[in-house]
Design a protein around this ligand. Structure first.
Ligand SMILES: Cc1cc2nc3c(=O)[nH]c(=O)nc-3n(C[C@H](O)[C@H](O)[C@H](O)COP(=O)(O)OP(=O)(O)OC[C@H]3O[C@@H](n4cnc5c(N)ncnc54)[C@H](O)[C@@H]3O)c2cc1C
Length: 490
């Protein structure tokens, strides 16, 4: 196959998070330079640009939560903070000179496929049009904050902001803070601000299973050692990755025995951090371990033992001028409200108007829920590759293992399209359907199928997670099977 660098083969990458940046680097590594990255924000980074709340960090060890082709011996701790991950991404961008190929502050608002020319026309929010032979969509799954719809929200006179849009102009020191939510962001924020605020009231709808994080600082001598002997860095990555896979079934399989192992570990963690039996009771989940995202923290639960931290389990009935009212009639006064309420799940609908073959929109194709072949290609939308698409999220290991597999798969397709001068590669509808039937059949054996969580879309189907091991997904996507695609020549 030709390693062509063709300027008449424009490729569009949408999004400059891990997926978009990784795709760009791998295109360059393959000898393909004819791409443009479109990013709606004023800086790269995606998740790690937007989430700057106190305590924000990855919850998969950094030696695994980084690109395999850009390993970093200098992580300052086992679970790097968001700013350190953002620095890492900025470093990757600079190292590969990606800035020259990037259009920041440029949102793609529409994409339309032209069957006659085999090209996509992308329209930006500024009204410009860009033509691409192939599109790599890396627009992320956890991008747009989900704001709760609580009566009276507008009446609140203090500061109110979402964790993903942390307002650094507001100093919470010695303030009365109310925090809504007890998910992945909350477990990081709560212990990070508990000691400095005057009071912290946490509103919990559902308690989460939390397992020990075992975070630690990496001393300088270890970092020097890993820099000098990269073999050990690779070995560390290898071991941490395989450990996550080996332990994965505890988190994702619907097995009473495995779930019990998980819940025992979590209950032990709770027992270590909380002595008050009544508080422990309130913090204990009443659903199967793994049913919702399992959280990791060494100090979240312990925060509730502090005198200035209160856990409220009565449902919120409204927000008023001076605070939050709960169903028991109590008004919890606050100077600031932090919304740790997660994200709008971008998988159930198209991120913007995408018009494929025959004028069919992606929203229309996904009206029964978002589906794609191997999470990447959708019938009727040729030469369009999604990264972090439907059913490609992990519950137990790094997203990047999947993202890298998707990038490699798209690269194989791009090389084929270029080498054979193909007009379209469009996944066959029956191949896509068969694949998704098998995914949903397997889903029934997963622990997520019975619990209500953000993993499950409005149609009651899990369109988010991959029901199995990451290694298996990688193997499944390792080869491009031309027979799975309807191929059109010029
Ligand atoms: C707080 C937090 C912590 C996390 N921790 C972990 C972790 O520990 N381990 C893990 O595996 N995963 C974690 N994740 C998941 C994380 O989102 C992924 O790991 C990864 O960062 C996703 O990268 P991405 O490039 O696919 O998407 P994103 O990082 O979301 O990037 C998408 C980019 O696309 C841009 N964009 C969107 N729409 C358009 C458009 N129409 N036009 C132009 N640009 C557009 C966005 O502005 C954004 O920059 C975490 C997520 C959050 C929110």
């Amino acid at each position: 196959m030709a390693e062509a660098d063709s300027t008449d083969f424009p490729i569009a990458i949408i999004g400059a998070g891990f997926a978009g940046i990784g795709a760009a680097v791998q295109l360059i590594n393959t000898g393909i330079h004819s791409f443009t990255i479109f990013e709606r924000a004023s800086e790269i980074g995606g998740t790690w640009r937007d989430n700057t709340y106190p305590g924000c960090a990855c919850d998969v060890p950094s030696h695994v939560y980084s690109f395999s082709f850009e390993q970093n011996p200098n992580w300052s701790r086992r679970f790097a903070t968001s700013w350190e991950i953002q620095e890492y991404l900025l470093g990757v961008v600079d190292k590969h000179g990606l800035r020259d190929r990037m259009k920041l502050n440029t949102e793609i608002v529409e994409a339309r496929f032209d069957e006659a020319t085999g090209t996509w026309t992308l329209t930006t929010d500024g009204g410009d049009a860009f033509t691409a032979r192939v599109v790599l969509a890396g627009v992320g799954g956890l991008v747009d904050p989900s704001h709760p719809d609580i009566e009276g929200m507008k009446a609140f006179e203090g500061d109110m902001f979402h964790t993903a849009r942390w307002n650094h102009d507001v100093d919470l020191t010695d303030k009365r803070v109310a925090l809504i939510g007890t998910g992945a962001s909350a477990v990081q924020v709560v212990p990070s601000i508990a000691a400095t605020v005057s009071s912290l009231t946490v509103f919990q709808r559902t308690p989460a299973w939390v397992v020990p994080k075992l975070d630690r600082i990496y001393p300088t001598r270890l970092r020097r050692f890993l820099t000098r002997f990269p073999f050990f860095l690779r070995a560390s990555r290898f071991m941490k990755y395989w450990l996550s896979e080996v332990l994965g079934p505890i988190v994702f399989l619907d097995s009473p025995v495995l779930s019990k192992i998980g819940s025992h570990i979590s209950m032990w963690n709770l027992g270590q951090q909380v002595r008050d039996p009544e508080l422990r009771e309130k913090l204990t989940p009443n659903f199967q371990f793994g049913g919702k995202r399992v959280l990791v923290s060494d100090d979240y639960w312990a925060s509730f033992e502090r005198e200035n931290v209160e856990l409220v389990t009565n449902p919120i009935t409204g927000i008023e001028r001076t605070g939050i009212r709960t169903s028991d009639g109590t008004l919890h006064e606050a100077d600031a409200i932090v919304l740790a309420t997660g994200f709008k799940l971008g998988l159930a609908s198209a991120p913007f108007r995408v018009i494929g073959r025959g004028g069919r929109t992606l929203d229309d194709a996904w009206k029964q829920g978002a589906v794609a072949y191997k999470g990447m290609t959708v019938a009727g939308f040729p030469n369009w590759f999604i990264m972090m698409g439907p059913n490609t999220g992990p519950g137990h290991t790094s997203v990047l293992v999947y993202t890298e597999a998707q990038i490699s798969h798209a690269l194989r397709a791009i090389k084929k399209i270029m080498a054979e001068n193909l007009k379209c590669m469009d996944v066959r509808q029956e191949v896509q359907d068969q694949y998704n039937d098998s995914i949903q059949k397997r889903m029934k054996r997963m622990v997520w199928s019975d619990c209500k969580s953000w993993y499950i879309s409005e149609d009651g189907i899990n369109h988010s997670l991959y029901p199995g091991f990451a290694a298996e997904y990688v193997l499944r996507t390792r080869k491009l099977h031309p027979q799975d695609y309807e191929i059109t020549h010029f």
